[in-house]
Design a protein around this ligand. Structure first.
Ligand code: PMP
Length: 291
């Protein structure tokens, strides 16, 4: 067995009577992004788009880079990562230790990271995994994360009232939504975004510290399917993540803090009949320098 054979089938953790969270830290590189990295590379291998020794390139806020770097190391590919320089040192160090090369762009500038990735991929003939626009990103969550949540919620004697989470590419949100909405058509879809960069709410893109969400554009998110957008600031996300560690033993990053806080606020305001599901996207160790 290889590390990537253990991706997915993560637990659904009970946060409180109304709130459950998919514990994605269980994936081998520590985040939900292992799922799409394996899905995209498996597809490329199946369709003979990649062969041993080839170079893969991606633009990422970190977790996708860590996930691709792990699989590249496992399978003998070279990995290039383009990322804004303000992402945490722990993330960069993990990618380097997996053997990847990091190419920095300006802080918070995902547009630049994406355009540089595209440019380098074309110029050098590298395989571009294209997470921000790749339909396989959505398909992966539809066929894996979403299916798992449906199975896990079946064991809870309550319906699913809402799915609440922040978005980076939007792949997790839109993929899970497809599966969940088929089974629970009355379910609400609620997005969480950083107060400092409220682009889906119609505001200006700004630099924030909730790494992994709020990457400056809605990307794969279909806003017509989103019922409400909640704002959580970097400071609030940080405080909630630290409380989860100290009070519940759940060691997760800032976007998980934002997801839990957003979901708790929504539950308090809407008093739903059923339960709410959110995502704990990555492990807290990669934020030690920011917490
Ligand atoms: N949280 C973290 C920590 C992430 O790294 C990501 C991925 N960028 C997300 C949330 C959002 O996931 P998605 O790209 O599927 O929207």
């Amino acid at each position: 067995m290889r590390p990537s054979d253990f991706i997915g089938n993560t637990p659904l953790l009970k946060i409180n009577e109304k709130l459950y969270a998919k514990f994605e830290t269980y994936n081998p590189s520590g985040s939900i992004k292992d799922r799409i990295a394996a899905y995209i590379i498996n597809d490329a291998e199946k369709n003979s788009k990649l062969k041993k020794g080839d170079t893969i390139i991606e633009a990422t806020s970190g977790n996708t880079g860590i996930a691709f770097s792990m699989i590249a190391a496992e399978r003998g590919y070279k990995m290039k990562i383009v990322m804004p320089s303000n992402m945490s040192e722990e993330r960069k160090q993990m990618m380097r230790l997996f053997g990847a090369e990091i190419i920095d762009v300006e802080p918070g500038d995902f547009d630049k990271a994406i355009s540089l990735r595209d440019e380098l991929a074309i110029k050098n003939g590298w395989f571009n995994t294209n997470q921000f626009h790749n339909p396989l990103n959505i398909e992966c969550h539809e066929k894996t994360t979403g299916v798992e949540i449906v199975e896990q919620v079946k064991n809870i004697p309550n319906l699913l009232s809402a799915f609440i989470l922040g978005t980076g590419t939007g792949g997790t949100m839109m993929g899970c939504y497809k599966t969940l909405h088929d089974v629970y058509p009355k379910m609400k879809l609620i997005a969480v975004e950083p107060t400092e960069s409220p682009v889906m709410s119609g505001g200006e893109h700004g630099v924030h510290g909730i790494q992994g969400i709020g990457d400056g554009s809605k990307f794969l998110v279909d806003l017509k399917k989103v019922d409400q957008i909640l704002l959580v600031s970097t400071e609030e996300a940080k405080i909630r993540a630290k409380e989860l560690m100290k009070e519940k033993g759940i060691f997760v990053g800032l976007s998980s803090g934002a997801n839990v806080l957003g979901a708790e606020r929504w539950i308090e305001k809407n008093n739903p009949e059923g339960i709410v599901v959110t995502i704990l996207s990555d492990r807290g160790e990669r934020y030690l320098s920011c917490l």
